[in-house]
Design a protein around this ligand. Structure first.
Ligand SMILES: CSCCC(=O)C(=O)COP(=O)(O)O
Ligand code: ZN
Length: 207
């Protein structure tokens, strides 16, 4: 039996919208069903008041399988969700949001990875080490989204990221997890870490 994840996606979207992380139509959320396909927000929907018709179901190869409203188009960033589900077979949900802090922190590094502070919150992202040296992957914000997706796929096939999250420069964060509830946690933890990085900069703390 297929479990429909849209209720969880709508609830998370409302919460992120209220926090200012999915302002207007920004961001996209998806979750998989048993056959490997996934429900994803349709493109251009206002993220504060999503309803069940504001989604589409697509296959892992991007084929449109189900649309409650024939006018719906899959999120413009569907290829990134496909790349994540293809790289991480255990991932069941993939959430992408646009906070101010996620954009700011990508301007603090020129390279392909952002050093994260060695704070307790990293445990929530799976890092259980004392004074860990952890980096979050950063990708170029190509206008052609499939190009971003290809670079994600290429890099993650070469090197497994230390945390289930990535940043797109001046754009936002994408997280994944083995459940919708866990993906919501990952967004909150990642956003806490970005706020910490911005605040640490302001008071001159280096890590
Ligand atoms: C106003 S946000 C610009 C597009 C974007 O980055 C995004 O996350 C939302 O795109 P979608 O097609 O999923 O609505
Ligand atoms: Zn986006």
């Amino acid at each position: 039996m297929n479990t429909d994840p849209r209720e969880s996606l709508m609830e998370a979207s409302r919460q992120f919208y209220q926090l200012g992380w999915m302002a207007g139509t920004a961001g996209n959320l998806s979750a998989r069903v048993e056959d490997g396909s996934f429900w994803i927000t349709a493109s251009g929907k206002q993220k504060g008041k999503l309803v069940a018709d504001d989604f589409v179901r697509v296959s892992l190869t991007g084929e449109l399988l189900e649309t409650p409203n024939p006018e719906n188009k899959p999120s413009a960033e569907t290829s990134i969700h496909q790349a994540i589900y293809s790289c991480f077979a255990e991932a069941r949900a993939c959430y992408h949001v646009h906070s101010v802090e996620a954009k700011l922190v990508t301007n603090l590094v020129e390279g392909e990875k952002l050093p994260l502070p060695p704070i307790e919150m990293l445990k929530g992202l799976g890092v259980w080490e004392e004074n860990p040296q952890v980096f979050m992957p950063v990708f170029h914000n190509h206008l052609q989204v499939p190009k971003i997706a290809q670079e994600i796929s290429d890099r993650f096939h070469r090197e497994t990221p230390q945390v289930p999250a990535l940043l797109i420069r001046n754009h936002g964060v994408t997280v994944w997890a083995n459940s919708a509830a866990e993906a919501e946690n990952h967004v909150e933890l990642a956003e806490y870490i970005f706020r910490y990085i911005v605040a640490a900069r302001q008071v001159g703390i280096k890590f």
